[in-house]
Design a protein around this ligand. Structure first.
Ligand SMILES: [Zn+2]
Length: 421
């Protein structure tokens, strides 16, 4: 019975290790991958990644994601699916990052409406491992796609279930050019959408390896679970107790941020019928692995990370601007009144987002409670300013002052409701 070994990971943001265990870090992660490949050989094993690498991090605000490429290239990845944050710097930047990568990025169901080709990356890739012909596809949900502000207008999202089925039928066709034995879907979806895909594509997809959620999930279609039980608490508070409608899903989601990964072992059954050998997964064994400080860092990758981030660290260590008067960034001030720093960030939001939004916008409103500092600043460093999409959302329930650019207004917190603005 042939076997296939897979190392799966998803959602990585920080090359450096965390302070708390499992500390992770790309250099330790490289050691784990190296040992995995030494144990099983490149011919009988796969390394798959399920998206989100190029943003967000302090480093990516300088590199626009490019600092992640040397690390990912060193992992010997067989295929990866694009995630929402990989689009954060726009499609042209993403295409550049994809071109710099030494492995295929997949996106099967988001296409250019004119050419029907993928908007970035490839629609699928065929791998031959251990005598098995594998069709690898990349499927993503519509939910996060709708939150990306600067996508080109000719981009079309095809339903991930029906588009997936259509593509998979072509890849599986015994008389077609590919005639694959197994289909593995790399996905970037929330768990409920992965479950829908698993339940509706039981006969189409042999294994789903998902990203986007940062917790561990092993579907009920995986027969053996080593080192982890469904009730164990994940790093982000996932209890594993919620009923997600898992109807025997052959689904694995592998934590986040180089801190966790899954080793998935597939046992394959072969049946010869009318001269054709059908190969199906008989057993899936998933081992959850944490990347703790006991793992030695890979020296080669440590060096690569240093050279990829030296320039970034240098830029961030120098002030990018000086203020004439100190900017008071204490929350007691920021949250109750108009401030120079609040105005500066609201203006930044306005100018940063204006080119990305198709409508003519007049103002940006900042919930000042999102600024976290308890000091006055005379020097402004890039690391202080990280614009995230949610800054655009003015949380009405928050009592924070709404710093607004381009619209003059006054705010009287002490007056009664209806007379405050
Ligand atoms: Zn994501």
């Amino acid at each position: 019975m042939p076997k296939l070994q897979i190392l799966h990971f998803n959602d990585v943001y920080h090359l450096a290790p965390h302070k708390r265990e499992p500390v992770g870090g790309a250099a330790r992660f490289a050691t784990v991958i190296k040992e995995f490949r030494e144990s099983y050989g490149v011919e009988s094993s796969c390394v798959f990644f399920s998206g989100d690498a190029f943003n967000p991090s302090v480093e990516s605000s300088v590199s626009k994601g490019a600092h992640m490429v040397p690390a990912l290239n060193a992992f010997g990845i067989d295929a990866a699916c694009l995630g929402n944050h990989d689009f954060d710097f726009g499609v042209p930047t993403l295409k550049r990052l994809v071109a710099m990568s030494n492995f295929p990025w997949l996106l099967s169901n988001v296409v250019d409406s004119e050419t029907d080709g993928p908007v970035a990356g490839k629609k699928f890739v065929i791998l031959e491992k251990n005598g098995l012909k594998l069709g690898i596809v990349g499927l993503v949900e519509k939910d996060w796609l709708e939150t990306i502000p600067n996508l080109p207008p000719n981009l079309k999202h095809k339903d991930y279930v029906s588009a997936g089925k259509e593509l998979i039928a072509q890849l599986r066709d015994p008389n077609g050019p590919h005639a694959v034995d197994l289909i593995i879907a790399l996905t970037h979806c929330r768990l409920p959408n992965d479950i829908i895909l698993a339940n509706q594509c039981k006969d189409d997809i042999d294994l789903i390896l998902g990203g986007h959620d940062h917790f561990f999930y092993i579907g009920k279609g995986c027969d053996v679970i080593n080192g982890w039980t469904r009730e164990a608490k994940g790093n982000d508070g996932w209890t594993g107790k919620e009923d997600v409608g898992d109807d025997g899903a052959r689904l694995v989601k592998s934590g986040a941020d180089f801190r966790e990964l899954s080793i998935v072992e597939l046992d394959i059954d072969e049946n010869t019928n009318e001269g054709r050998t059908l190969k199906r997964i008989k057993n899936i064994t998933v081992t959850r692995q944490e990347v703790t400080s006991s793992i030695v860092e890979d020296e080669h990758l440590s060096g690569l990370i240093d050279s990829a981030t030296t320039d970034i660290k240098e830029k961030m260590s120098k002030p990018m601007a000086y203020t004439i008067k100190p900017w008071d960034c204490r929350s007691s001030i920021l949250r109750t009144q108009e401030t120079a720093f609040g105005n500066f960030i609201a203006d930044l939001l306005f100018y940063a987002y204006k080119p990305c939004i198709p409508h003519n916008i007049d103002s940006a409103i900042l919930c000042s409670g999102t600024i976290r500092s308890e000091k006055s600043h005379l020097e402004i460093y890039l690391k202080y300013i990280r614009l995230k999409t949610q800054l655009l959302l003015f949380v009405l329930l928050d009592v924070s002052y709404g710093t607004c650019c381009k619209v003059p207004f006054q705010w009287f917190l002490n007056k009664k409701v209806g007379f405050r603005l």
